[in-house]
Design a protein around this ligand. Structure first.
Ligand code: ATP
Ligand code: MG
Length: 366
């Protein structure tokens, strides 16, 4: 009797611009990995973003969301482009992404920033500082000042026009992001740095208290705290000191972009957005790159590495994830580079060719 294959349903949301090109490569990588790991993927490809606007008049059709919610994991390419930039606000492709995150209840955004030895010269840091950087920012995604009420415009007592926002965090929101962060740190090097502004902000004081309380459940994780202004500085001064960083929505927005630029290679960086239950959303951090769309120039590796995150964090298929990560490293070792990472002495390839080289490396690990 042969074991029935483990089978997963994957929703593919290619989206706009270079999205379809990089998702197509990632799908091939998934398929080859599946055949080697004895697992099986079934796909449903659905429209989102500008592509969905053109097709259905909305950036996130109901059917796309319902298919996504019923699947085991979602791979998104990219959303947006010049073509839709002039649309009225409620018809922006990017609205589709916000609706998708909200509909899936994904409150944690995981963004690794790793300086690969093969690409160290694209880092914005000096070699000595860049060497060995390997960190993960866990950002709270659905609360905090971006969503807090009251918010709006008004007038103060002098009649001056004002704009105002409110940062609110409830204990359940802090606890659930803290849990994701401790679990992530546990899968990495066991170090967690919680970043806040607890010397000034009440929401941060509560944040620090709840994160500290949870630490007793994770004796194997070393917890430290840092003020956000210091964290911004330390990321440039000595980023190697960080393993996992957990922080609120607005600080995470800023710090994760800062951290990603330490690596200097936007075409290489994946992300995961996950919730308590239900499928996670995996996507490259780069946008739709309309300037190079349709020209076979996009670097597909950010999306390929997003697939590795999907396997590791979404499906607990760590061996399959490792296989893909190793293949990416090997492909870079062989000198293959898309235009965004090209330097003299390297082999310039397009999106498809880069994909084929990754497939070849996966195949050679049999
Ligand atoms: P967003 O849609 O998130 O606002 P953006 O418009 O700020 O993103 P991107 O679409 O990511 O930015 O593009 C920024 C620059 O990086 C462009 O010149 C684009 O060509 C380049 N770029 C982005 N992703 C890739 C990639 N995968 N491969 C090669 N170049 C890329
Ligand atoms: Mg853009």
């Amino acid at each position: 009797t042969s074991n029935p294959k483990k089978s997963y349903n994957i929703t593919l949301l290619p989206g706009d611009g270079i999205g379809p090109e990089v998702v197509s490569v990632a799908k091939q990588v998934l398929n080859l990995t599946a055949s080697l790991e004895g697992i099986e993927f079934k796909y449903q490809e659905m429209p989102v973003g500008g592509a969905a606007l053109d097709l259905t008049g909305v950036p996130l059709p109901e059917e796309t969301l319902s298919v996504a919610k019923q699947s085991d994991a979602i791979l998104l390419g990219a959303i947006g482009g010049y073509k839709w930039d002039a649309n009225e606000k409620h018809l922006k492709p990017e609205t589709g992404l916000l609706q998708l995150r909200e509909g899936l209840g994904v409150f944690a955004n995981l963004r690794p920033a790793t300086v690969l030895p093969q690409l160290i010269d694209s880092s914005t840091l000096k070699r000595e500082v860049a060497q060995g950087v390997d960190l993960m920012v866990v950002r709270e995604l659905t609360g905090g000042i971006y969503f807090g009420k009251p918010r709006g415009f008004g007038k103060n007592e002098n009649g001056d026009e004002i704009g105002f926002n409110t940062e609110v965090y409830a204990t359940y929101e802090i606890d659930r992001i803290a849990r994701v962060a401790f679990e992530t740190a546990r899968k990495r090097r066991g170090k967690l740095c919680s970043v806040d502004k607890a010397n000034v902000l009440e929401a941060s004081m509560l944040w620090r208290k709840r994160v500290t309380m949870m630490a007793s459940e994770y004796p194997d994780v070393e917890l430290t705290h840092m003020y956000v202004d210091n964290a911004a500085m330390q990321l440039i001064r000595d980023p190697k000191q960080f393993d996992t960083i957990v922080t609120n929505n607005i600080f995470g927005d800023i710090l994760s972009d800062e951290a990603s630029m330490l690596t200097g290679s936007i075409g290489m960086l994946p992300s995961a957005s996950i919730g308590d239950s239900g499928p996670g959303l995996y996507e490259p951090i780069h946008g739709s790159a309309p300037d190079i769309a349709g020209q076979d120039k996009a670097n597909p590796l950010a999306t390929v590495l997003s697939v590795a995150m999907l396997l590791k964090y979404g499906l607990q298929e760590e061996a399959a994830a490792k296989r893909i990560e190793n293949a990416v490293l090997e492909t870079l070792d062989k000198g293959f580079r898309t235009g965004d990472l090209f330097s003299t002495g390297m082999k310039l390839v397009g999106c498809k060719e880069m994909g084929e080289q990754v497939l070849r490396s996966i195949d050679s690990q049999r």
